[in-house]
Design a binder for this molecule. Structure first.
Ligand SMILES: Nc1nc2c(ncn2[C@@H]2O[C@H](COP(=O)(O)OP(=O)(O)OP(=O)(O)O)[C@@H](O)[C@H]2O)c(=O)[nH]1
Ligand SMILES: [Mg+2]
Length: 447
């Protein structure tokens, strides 16, 4: 997710020697400055960062240690603004969040993603309120999202945004909801009517948080519009959406510093799990190439622990079959993008780029595997060893694959199951690391 920025910082870190002189430091800082500007970090932010880095590194013996600690401290400073980090619950539930933003910025999608995050990772009872009655399709869009997530929706096309919000809050109080997310209407540009409607809703809802959803692909415009919203209605956080479409990512580095409001979440994809809390210390660790174990652990909270244990047992005993594989796929989807996941593992940020993004719904490799499994009988799925040549021929025809493809997939499946068994044994993690360093690919890498 932060490939470009992480590369810039890692290059700088690698160039500073254990003991170094001023000339070398200023050369490294000069290069860092250039690459940050190229990554679309605002020039004022770059200037602030570079000059404080220089001052701090020079304040003690110039060298790798002083540079690393200066970088850690100054990056944290730049990424931090006064206010809450990630999602913070009100002391008295429900926590009410007003979602605002310009038309098409990603408010409704982000509202759904937040609901998913709160329900799956934080195990909260969530309600979404459709206060966008500008567009008729808006309510329908929310209906589909909440239906899929199994989250309560309060909507009424015949009512007014103000009345819906008031009704929803009463319901939330009575039925003990933990969080109420209010999705509002966007407008093409900032205008009087939008601000007026938001001000009224704000008055009725008395929200704990007002999030401004900004489209990362609009670059510095995201910073400008967020600043206007801050001045005119008062926002307590920014969510950057469509970060997957912003290959450089520099806006995220400067936003909190520029707007003076914390960046709270980053949305990087159209699917519900594609949302990550933005916690400065964790991001700094990622930017410096040290991964982000805390976020990784939180992500896996959405995986059913009983299920995970059952699968681990099966893998250990060498009983992993095709049904387990399909179940694993479903669980994996809850983790969101593979690429961002890999970027969180310490020392593996570089791998993220090589692996690319495996889309579990659309990868041709995975679709082929699914088709193959779909053509198997129940017995065959439970017991991969049954698959002799005549069965393989039947399965190939059923799946629309040729025999060679079937053989290749089965071979991959077998070696993956074998590898999983090995890794689940003692010293398994060491083997993973050796595998990575040796450049050995995953058996199911994308081609
Ligand atoms: N790739 C990508 N697309 C996104 C992301 N977030 C939202 N989108 C897409 O952006 C489009 C607009 O998203 P919406 O959530 O409907 O935006 P909105 O702000 O509610 O729009 P209005 O209600 O019309 O103001 C949709 O096609 C979403 O799928 C993201 O993080 N990544
Ligand atoms: Mg919307």
């Amino acid at each position: 997710m932060f490939d470009t920025l992480t590369d810039s910082f890692k290059t700088a870190i690698n160039k500073i020697r254990f003991h170094d002189d001023e000339k070398a430091l200023s050369r490294v800082l000069g290069e860092l400055k250039k690459s940050l500007l190229k990554a679309d970090v605002h020039h004022k932010v770059v200037k602030t960062l570079i000059s404080s880095l220089e001052k701090k590194t020079k304040s003690t013996q110039i060298g790798k240690d002083s540079f690393l600690s200066a970088l850690n401290e100054e990056l944290t400073n730049i990424l931090t603004a006064p206010g809450n980090q990630g999602f913070v619950f009100a002391s008295k539930p429900p926590t009410v969040v007003l979602m605002t933003g310009l038309q098409g910025s990603g408010k409704t999608t982000t509202t759904g993603k937040l609901a998913y995050f709160l329900k799956e990772q934080k195990k909260k009872k969530v309600m979404i309120v459709a206060a966008d009655l500008q567009r008729l399709a808006a309510v329908e869009q929310l209906r589909q999202i909440t239906h899929k997530l199994e989250v309560t929706l309060v909507a009424d096309e015949q009512s007014t945004p103000q009345k819906i919000v008031a009704d929803a809050l009463l319901k939330a109080q009575k039925e003990l909801y933990d969080v109420v997310l209010i999705d509002t209407a966007g407008r093409l540009a900032i205008d009087e009517a939008l601000m007026q409607e938001l001000a009224t809703i704000k008055q009725i809802a008395n929200p704990d948080e007002i999030f401004y959803v900004a489209d990362a692909m609009t670059g510095q415009d995201a910073v400008r519009t967020a600043t206007t919203f801050k001045e005119q209605i008062g926002i307590s956080g920014v969510v950057l959406s469509k970060f997957d479409g912003d290959s450089k990512g520099g806006v995220a580095l400067g936003l909190a510093h520029q707007v003076g409001v914390p960046l709270r979440f980053i949305g990087a994809g159209e699917k519900m799990p594609d949302l990550e809390p933005f916690i400065p210390e964790r991001i700094v660790s990622r930017l410096m190439g040290s991964g982000d174990i805390a976020s990784l652990a939180e992500k896996t909270a959405s995986i059913d622990p009983k299920q995970a244990k059952k699968i681990t047992q099966k893998i250990k005993k060498g009983q992993f079959n095709f049904n387990d594989f399909l179940e694993q796929m479903e669980q994996l989807k809850k983790l969101g993008s593979m690429k961002s996941l890999i970027g969180m593992i310490p020392g593996m940020s570089g791998m993220a780029k090589q692996i690319g993004d495996i889309d579990l719904d659309n990868s041709s490799e995975i679709n082929a595997i699914k088709a193959l499994i779909a053509s198997m009988t129940k017995k065959e799925r439970e017991n991969p060893e049954l698959l002799n040549n005549s069965r393989k021929r039947r399965i190939a025809t059923g799946a629309g694959l040729n025999q060679m493809q079937v053989n290749r997939i089965l071979k991959q499946f077998n070696s993956a199951a074998k590898m999983a068994k090995q890794l689940s044994s003692k010293g398994g993690m060491k083997q993973i690391q050796q595998l990575m360093q040796g450049g050995g690919g995953f058996p199911m890498s994308r081609r």
